[in-house]
Design a protein around this ligand. Structure first.
Ligand code: NAI
Length: 444
């Protein structure tokens, strides 16, 4: 487990105390290990009308034991509830109540994925209400499930059907141990997702990671490398030694560079072309905090956070898209933060920069589509890092428990989401921000 309270509460005495006193009881999450089964069992329940039949057939062909109705005394490893045909709020009831029935027997660490359609102002009002309602239902189920189970949603754009290849690739991520700390989140899916090797989804890809010398950046480097990518690692000259160590660990190439340099994008393009070849994946991870209440904020704190966290990315994206150094389907992933969604006392500069990232990826999606690629963000919640270890003990303990999984995430949880968005499985996902926060109440 990630922290001492969690270790204590998972002893026999701790479990009894948690039950008697109603204390939080975080369970150790079942995380990705190569070669280990995605789901904690074979029993899979597919709920919904005829439209879900092809999905059930697909899961059956993968060796799952597939059910179409909840059955007594069955511990489901996964439940997929298809609401994609809902046209009125009244249409949700049958599948929602069947899902409720199935939850009683849900296996520990099980996965629930709700399928819907994105609501749009062009929809008839009743249809929009039904579609938006599916997200509310999903978020509530995510709060209700226990024992390491999660519930997330795939919102399928017109033309993407529940049993299609386009839906299957992102579905696989949400059903897998790679998404252990993703909970209560919707992802909109367009056509394009492709099956990838479950243990080497980035085989043959070239990736660049900024802020790679330590923390979440180093975890992303290790993940992308383990998943098959060759990596160019970027960090400031002052972090040169740590950068070289991480680069040597994964057989990557180190580039000492301050990303706020005017020509940072061009220098990354040159280094990649000289040492590795066309860039398939770029992870804008480097980021800084310079916290102060806005009333006490000075120009240097404000300007440096905006420059490193967002302006540098805008400039690098422009230069890289113009450089000719990108592969045929470039996938860019930026690190945002739940502070950019909820705001945070003392972080007006940081929250402005991270909310800026969320706006930036939404607005860049079309440009990246023209280049054959995608651009997304990952917004981590409370992650166990040097940064969060430095928080005052009580604030840290409260922050850790303020999510449905009642624990902090680990850097690899963030890296897994980045790896997914960097892979061809996520080719139908662009312009979006995926939260990796255990369904944090902050900004929920
Ligand atoms: P960290 O401070 O441990 O590492 C950041 C890295 O970026 C360092 O190696 C640093 O040298 C590098 N860097 C900073 N300025 C740079 C520049 N101008 N040029 C090149 N490299 C530069 O941070 P951590 O915790 O690993 O965070 C990584 C990312 O995740 C950041 O964007 C952060 O805002 C975001 N994040 C982190 C959370 C957490 O819980 N740790 C929560 C939410 C978001």
């Amino acid at each position: 487990m990630t922290d001492s309270y969690s270790r204590l509460i998972n002893t026999p005495l701790g479990k009894r105390a948690a039950k008697a006193l109603g204390l939080p009881h975080p369970v150790p999450l079942r995380r990705y290990e190569p070669g280990v089964e995605d789901l904690p069992g074979r029993e899979v329940l597919v709920l919904g009308g005829e439209g879900a039949d092809p999905l059930a057939a697909r899961l059956l062909s993968q060796g799952r034991s597939v059910h179409r109705h909840p059955e007594p005394r069955t511990a489901y490893a996964a439940v997929i509830a298809d609401f994609s045909a809902a046209a009125e709020p009244g249409d949700l009831q049958e599948t929602a109540l069947a899902l409720g029935h199935a939850l009683k027997g849900m296996a520990a660490h099980g996965r629930i994925v709700v399928l819907g359609r994105p609501a749009s102002p062009q929809d008839a009002p009743g249809t929009a209400a039904a579609r938006a309602g599916v997200v509310g239902l999903m978020r509530s189920v995510a709060h209700e499930v226990r024992r390491g189970a999660t519930c997330n949603a795939l919102l399928l754009e017109d033309g993407v059907e529940p049993g299609s290849d386009d839906a299957a690739a992102p579905l696989r991520f949400l059903l897998s141990t790679r998404s252990a700390y993703v909970n209560g989140q919707p992802l909109t899916v367009r056509p394009g997702g492709a099956a990838t090797d479950p243990d080497r989804p980035l085989a043959g890809k070239t990736a660049v990671v900024t802020g790679a010398a330590r923390g979440i950046g180093a975890a992303i480097v290790r993940r992308l490398s383990a998943d098959g990518a060759r990596v160019l690692l970027v960090d400031v000259p002052a972090a040169g030694e740590a950068l070289t160590n991480v680069a040597n660990e994964v057989g990557g190439v180190a580039l000492q560079l301050d990303i706020t340099a005017e020509d940072a994008g061009r220098r990354i393009a040159e280094a990649a072309s000289a040492r590795l070849g066309p860039i398939d994946v770029l992870v804008h991870n480097a980021g800084i905090t310079r916290d102060k209440l806005l009333a006490n904020m000075d120009e240097a704190r404000w300007a440096s956070v905006i420059a490193v966290n967002v302006s540098s990315q805008l400039a690098m994206n422009r230069q890289l898209l113009d450089s000719g150094a990108l592969g045929p389907a470039p996938r860019f992933v930026s690190l945002a933060s739940t502070s950019g969604i909820a705001g945070n006392r003392g972080q007006s500069n940081y929250a402005a920069s991270k909310a800026g990232i969320i706006g930036m990826v939404a607005a860049e999606a079309e440009r990246f589509a023209r280049a054959g690629g995608t651009v997304n963000a990952v917004a981590p919640g409370f992650i166990e890092t040097e940064m969060t270890r430095a928080m005052p003990a009580v604030t840290r303990e409260v922050a850790r428990r303020l999510n449905s999984l009642q624990q902090g995430g680990v850097p690899d949880d963030v890296a897994q989401a980045v790896g997914f968005l960097a892979s061809d499985a996520a080719a139908g996902i662009s312009g979006q921000t995926l939260r990796v926060c255990g369904q944090s109440m902050v900004g929920a």
